[in-house]
Design a protein around this ligand. Structure first.
Ligand SMILES: [Zn+2]
Ligand SMILES: [Zn+2]
Length: 359
């Protein structure tokens, strides 16, 4: 999708807005009024989203500050001891060498989590069993079953990125951490401190990923770099790291690492955070909107339409208006965590051609 296409989309969207106006209003003045009030609403709801995020971060921060006090240490108590004992055993086994923990550790953790979780999704994609799960497919009929040749190409590229691109990146990350300093390995941070850091890490990743990803959608970068990742308009989990090596460094490795670097996190927090980001990106590419899990509709729609939904959380898309088309779709109404077993496509069926949703 190039810039001309985006412009056409924007023009069509504006045209639709005009055509869909309330019939009680007529003439250009009324149209301007409708458009400016819609614009006002959109900006207002963006500001509200940002306020919600900032206030959540502040609340988490308030809680985290207390976490360093004796009371919270006591509250965490027994469970904290369990994780500390486990961590002690790991360190007793692998040692406390900085290069091992900061360079090889992240490579091992991210690769292991990627293929363990990604392997489960891939078995689903290959065998389509249990068949009940197919009802949860976001784009039904796509990759049912996945084409073996395409899958092999993806696995090859991902392994290339993980074994040839990630290691030098991880070495630079180790050097960067040595330069900035980090907490001693032995003592784990408190639970509340980890929660606080995770909240900040998510916000930093959202920012880093949104802007690097939008940049990748500029005409030339898209053509030479990002197009590869977009070969899949109906992605499967393991396409998460199916990307040009340059994209792998700037969009996949750097945004999650940036927060760890800025916060000077404990190496165990880094492992936890990297594991969360890997599972999250696998799930958001999986193509399965399963109950009790976060909705992957947002990024799936990005692969389907190219010029919508650049972020992870969607906060910056709201602010920049890069989700306006998405918000008029059935996929958007399905973009919630399902708290029952009804598949989203059955709970919110596709509109019939005569009665389109959002109109
Ligand atoms: Zn993607
Ligand atoms: Zn993209």
């Amino acid at each position: 999708m190039n810039r001309e296409d985006s412009d056409v989309d924007i023009r069509n969207r504006n045209k639709n807005l005009k055509e869909d106006g309330d019939p009680r209003f007529s003439g250009s003045e009324a149209m301007t009024r409708i458009e400016s009030s819609q614009q006002g609403n959109s900006i207002l709801s963006s500001l509200i989203s940002i306020l919600v995020v900032i206030s959540t971060a502040l609340i988490v921060f308030a809680a985290a500050r207390n976490s360093i006090t004796w009371h919270f240490q006591r509250f965490w108590g027994a469970s904290g001891d369990f994780w500390q004992a486990l961590w002690d055993r790991i360190l007793d086994t692998i040692g406390e060498d900085a290069l091992t923990l900061w360079m090889y550790g992240p490579i091992f953790v991210t690769t292991f989590v990627y293929w363990f979780a990604g392997g489960i999704y891939t078995l689903l994609d290959m065998y389509n069993k249990p068949s009940a799960i197919m009802r949860y497919k976001i784009q039904p009929g796509m990759n049912e079953p996945v084409d073996t040749k395409r899958l092999m190409k993806v696995i090859g590229w991902v392994l290339f990125n993980q074994f040839l691109i990630t290691p030098p990146g991880s070495y630079l990350a180790y050097k960067a951490m040595q330069w900035r300093g980090y907490p001693a390995f032995r003592e784990l941070p408190t639970f509340h401190w980890v929660l606080f850091e995770l909240a900040i890490l998510i916000l930093i990743e959202e920012t880093g990923f949104y802007y690097s990803h939008r940049f990748l959608h500029s005409k030339y970068l898209y053509k030479f770099i990002h197009k590869k990742h977009h070969e899949w308009t109906a992605p499967i989990a393991v396409t998460a790291e199916y990307a040009h090596p340059i994209e792998h460094i700037f969009s996949n490795i750097l945004p999650p690492f940036l927060g760890i670097f800025l916060l000077g996190s404990h190496v165990a927090t880094a492992y936890l955070w990297f594991s969360i980001t890997i599972v999250a990106t696998l799930h958001s590419h999986s193509g399965y909107h399963l109950p009790f899990l976060p909705s992957p509709e947002f990024h799936d729609y990005h692969h389907l339409k190219f010029n919508q939904n650049f972020g992870v959380l969607g906060v910056l898309d709201r602010l920049h208006g890069t989700d306006t088309k998405f918000r008029t779709t059935t996929q958007f109404t399905r973009h919630v965590m399902m708290l029952n077993l009804v598949p989203p496509r059955e709970m919110f069926p596709d509109p019939s051609p005569k009665h389109q949703l959002g109109k």
